[in-house]
Design a protein around this ligand. Sequence first.
Ligand SMILES: [Zn+2]
Length: 280
Amino acid sequence: MDRRRFLKTVTGVVIGAGLAPKAMAGIMITERLSSSEAEDAYLKDYLYKMRHFNMHHADDIFLSPADFGTLKSALARMRRLQRTVGHGNFYLLSFDEALKIAANYGRVEPFTAEELAFLEKIFYADSTVYGFMGEKPFKHLTDHIRKDNVVRDRMTGNYLFKGKPVETYRHIKEHLGDEVTLTSGVRSVIKQFMLFLSKAYESEGNISMASRSLAPPGYSFHGIGDFDVGQVGYGALNFTERFTETTVFKRLVDMGYLRLRYQQDNMLGVRFEPWHIKVS
Ligand SMILES: [Zn+2]
């Protein structure tokens, strides 16, 4: 990568500052010229980025150093919070509950004003600015999951929404038996926040890179019905393209169950996710 360009991106762009990012500029130019050459070049670059999702790319958007510092403290607090309430409860915890519990437990301590401002900025930022083009099922930071609307999967401790999601998983389970497992179910806004911030932390503040493999908070369909499945015993490989080599994946395809949210070469700014079942 061109290092000078990278540094310019790191220090020059702050999300939510209303700057027209190069990614969007690319789209606008493509539309204005409506030249098939420009479209091809844009598409080629886009598909390359999606296939190499876990790398820094020239037009990626980074958090400012100050925001990256706030990310670290907010993330550490969320992890303490998750340890306090337990993994299972954290899947369903609302933002308001998270604030209350943080304030009541000495080992978590209240979210600071900077952290809250940062979390609001991330939640309400237009994700297309940094490359995520998907829909946003949760419109408000305080939107929450009704606990009487979900059921717990006893095998894994994950939750599924009643109705179609539970029925879909039950069908899958009937056909695939002990080979298939529920790797991730219902996720609250705060759970998605923690996953997204972890990814953004690993990505050194590159939120474009983070959003190529994880929907930003509010944008995850795990909040309204989608879930992830995996092959038992396959561990972390269930969240890689290697999942397509498993019996579970092949049988799901054969049975026509596999309605994927993020197909190979989708135009939503998201990597291929063959394990993610689209329900809603
Ligand atoms: Zn998923």
